[in-house]
Design a binder for this molecule. Structure first.
Ligand code: HPA
Ligand code: ZN
Length: 334
């Protein structure tokens, strides 16, 4: 099963690049940039990664991102992710980045995105992984700040596939960003939003109705609303589910009770993703493995999840068809 999962061609659709900052790289960048961090050792950092909810994690995650200063830092960060992704059978990645985490501490938007774009080009040339960028707005900040971020992105809009919405969900419903999402859509960007991770099913309804999203990040709590489940299934809406994240942020109390296979049985287009792998204990293949073991998933389940990762991607139809054919060929060999 381990080899089957690692070699199964897959896309990763829910990955915060800042969440792939491993403690070793955090220390190396802190030293390179002369930045003090409140940890004595790599072990000390890992020991701090015990979270009881989303906000606990976000506080540590935003502090960790402070070591990222130069274009080379962002390139190194993303390259380290692509190396891990390649080893996990990822052939396409849609990467979220949070510009406001950096611009608010004086790092230029261009420094962030040029570093990421350099790594994306290298990953395609050297590792054969294609990738797209999703620019995420921090929902605990204002609508006005999101509009300012969209304006800053203007020179790079042809290099950004989509906008997303992340950070503290409770108290920051999708409706707050309806106008900026409409503006992003008018610029030709695709739309995704975190909804139903900690927030209620109503936030998922809002993401659909007021933002018009193309997919939902997480979406776990949609299961509390039968009518919503039926709607998501009927619309073929992709959910980017993150099992180890759900466990570490206490969205589920035990992986043995993770709803992934219930989602599939309900006709939902669920996918498996790592969210913030450096913080949650595993990259995408480990997420497949852990949830497969905990829930007794079959190979058929795993193949369905991988197929959903391509059909739910923002790739053009021809590329999706090519990746699905590669899965068929993989299955025929396996
Ligand atoms: N939820 C909300 N915001 C985030 C997350 C998440 O899982 N990861 C990074 N930012
Ligand atoms: Zn996320």
């Amino acid at each position: 099963m381990k080899d089957f999962i690692a070699s199964l061609p897959k896309a990763e659709l829910h990955l915060h690049i800042e969440g792939s900052l491993e403690p070793e790289l955090m220390f190396a960048l802190a030293e390179r940039n002369g930045i003090a961090i409140p940890y004595a050792s790599v072990e000390d950092v890992r020991a701090a990664y015990a979270f009881s909810n989303l906000q606990d994690f976000l506080d540590i995650y935003y502090a960790g991102a402070g070591v990222l200063q130069t274009e080379a830092d962002f390139r190194d960060l993303a390259m380290a992710y692509f190396e891990r992704a390649a080893a996990d059978g990822v052939v396409h990645a849609e990467i979220m980045f949070d510009p406001q985490t950096h611009t608010d501490r004086g790092i230029a938007f261009g420094t962030v995105i040029e570093g990421l774009l350099a790594a994306m080009a290298e990953a395609e040339a050297r590792l054969g992984i294609t990738s797209l960028l999703i620019m995420s707005f921090l929902r605990h900040l204002s609508e006005e700040a999101a509009f300012e971020t969209l304006a800053m992105a203007e020179p790079w809009l042809d290099r950004i596939a989509a906008v997303g919405l992340d950070s503290s969900e409770l108290g920051h419903p999708p409706a707050k960003f309806a106008r900026v999402f409409a503006a992003a859509r008018a610029k030709g960007l695709r739309l995704t939003a975190h909804a139903g991770e900690e927030g209620p099913p109503d936030y998922v309804h809002e993401a659909l109705d007021m933002l018009g999203v193309d997919r939902i990040d997480h979406g776990n709590r949609a299961l509390e609303d039968e009518g919503l489940v039926a709607r998501l299934a009927a619309e073929g809406m992709t959910l980017t589910v993150c099992p180890l994240s759900n466990l570490k942020l206490c969205v589920v109390d035990d992986l043995a009770r993770h709803p992934l296979d219930r989602m599939l049985a309900a006709g939902l287009k669920a996918t498996v993703n790592s969210d913030d792998p450096a913080y949650f204990g595993g990259y995408v293949a480990e997420n497949y493995r852990a949830v497969a073991k905990a829930r007794g998933l079959s190979r058929e389940h795993l193949v369905t999840l991988a197929r959903n990762s391509f059909t739910g991607s923002f790739l053009p139809e021809g590329d999706v068809a090519r990746h699905l054919a590669a899965i068929d060929a993989f299955e025929a060999r396996a």
